[in-house]
Design a protein around this ligand. Structure first.
Ligand SMILES: Cc1cc2nc3c(=O)[nH]c(=O)nc-3n(C[C@H](O)[C@H](O)[C@H](O)COP(=O)(O)O)c2cc1C
Length: 329
């Protein structure tokens, strides 16, 4: 077993990974997750077609270098050679593990034959994984769904293919090409787990430590991946991990800690993306961080109208001050 795979599935078992989330897990949020104790952080999806054609883009996309480890770098594409080229380009940035996306249902990804479209094309998926396996000796996985059409499960065949092509583990999102309103099918994940002997990570509908425990109990998986649960809650992977290891759930972060991290996230984003883009991206995160906070509507409205870091700091200060007043009152 490769050292990182051993670390993930033996030393730190059960594994807890925070998921790749396009438009969310950029270098700024990767760093925040890492600082909040997430055991393994994922990148956004890395486009192999773009990287293979413009290798210089690697430095811009792969900004986690030396900052965030362990990191799971996720790549997508439809051409085995481009995937292999991308893996070689990524190697100097020292990803701890590399994942090939075979489950993204977004139209612009599927239209080009990548992501979930690959689950309609086992021979191509096999060639992609084979090319990837030849390009790297490091830990390698695929992330799949149960299949495309509900009830027509192809995940078992894909998992077995992955095992025979030398993947070190797989991640299974327990859905077909269905919306989030349909609950994740954990029994489907269990069927995949039972069909292979490489480690399987279960994904879908984990929003708490108890959810993670139940998924592991019901599927026999070797770990969990948390996706929407990390929106506005970068502490969740650490808390889930501690709970699974010790049975004790660490306390929720205090209000002050939430705002500290919220502000730091903002700093990283401004540093990384520049004023205009950072402001735009941060509003999305702000809404997630502030979800469920009492008396926040007025501040949230303000956050949505501003773009410069000083304005953000001013509002965050006002929010904290108002909460302090409430606590004193
Ligand atoms: C905003 C958003 C972006 C996503 N981006 C990716 C991605 O880049 N790669 C990927 O494999 N899955 C992506 N997913 C899917 C998640 O990783 C995960 O498989 C799915 O949300 C189910 O997990 P959950 O129920 O914990 O959210 C994305 C999901 C969301 C909501």
């Amino acid at each position: 077993m490769k050292p990182f795979v051993h670390q993930l599935f033996i030393e730190q078992s059960p594994a807890v990974l925070s998921a790749p989330l396009a438009g969310v897990t950029d270098a700024a949020y990767q760093r925040i997750l890492f600082e909040c104790g997430a055991p393994v952080v994922s990148t956004e999806m890395i486009p192999s077609a773009a990287l293979a054609l413009h290798p210089a883009a690697a430095t811009k996309i792969l900004q986690w270098q030396h900052q965030v480890h362990p990191i799971n770098a996720q790549v997508y594409g439809t051409c085995p050679e481009q995937i292999a080229t991308t893996l070689r380009l990524i190697e100097p940035y020292r990803p701890d593990t590399i994942d090939i996306n075979m489950g993204c249902p977004a139209r612009k990804i599927v239209r080009n034959g990548s992501g979930l479209a690959l689950m309609n094309d086992l021979p191509r998926a096999t060639k992609i994984l084979r090319a990837a396996r030849q390009a790297t000796d490091g830990p390698l996985s695929i992330k799949i769904r149960l299949g495309i059409i509900p009830g027509e499960m192809s995940a078992v065949a894909f998992a077995q293919m992955a095992e025979s092509e030398g993947a070190d583990f797989i991640t299974v999102h327990g859905r077909y090409r269905t919306s989030y309103s349909v609950p994740a099918d954990w029994a489907g994940i269990a069927a995949v787990k039972a069909a292979v002997s490489i480690p399987v990570i279960g994904n879908g509908d984990i929003f708490s430590a108890e959810d993670a425990r139940r998924l592991l109990d019901q599927t026999g998986c070797n770990g969990v991946m948390i996706a929407r649960g990390i929106l506005g809650d970068p502490w969740l992977p650490y808390r889930v991990h501690r709970f699974l290891r010790t049975g004790i759930l660490p306390p929720e972060p205090t209000l002050a800690e939430r705002f500290r991290v919220f502000s730091r996230h903002m700093d990283y984003l401004f540093e990384l993306k520049g004023e205009r883009r950072a402001g735009f991206i941060f509003r999305k995160h702000a809404a997630w961080y502030l979800k469920g906070f009492p008396n926040i509507v007025h501040f949230r409205r303000q956050l949505f109208t501003i773009s410069r870091p000083e304005q953000f700091y001013g509002i965050v200060k006002d929010i904290l001050e108002s909460y302090r007043r409430v606590a004193i009152d």
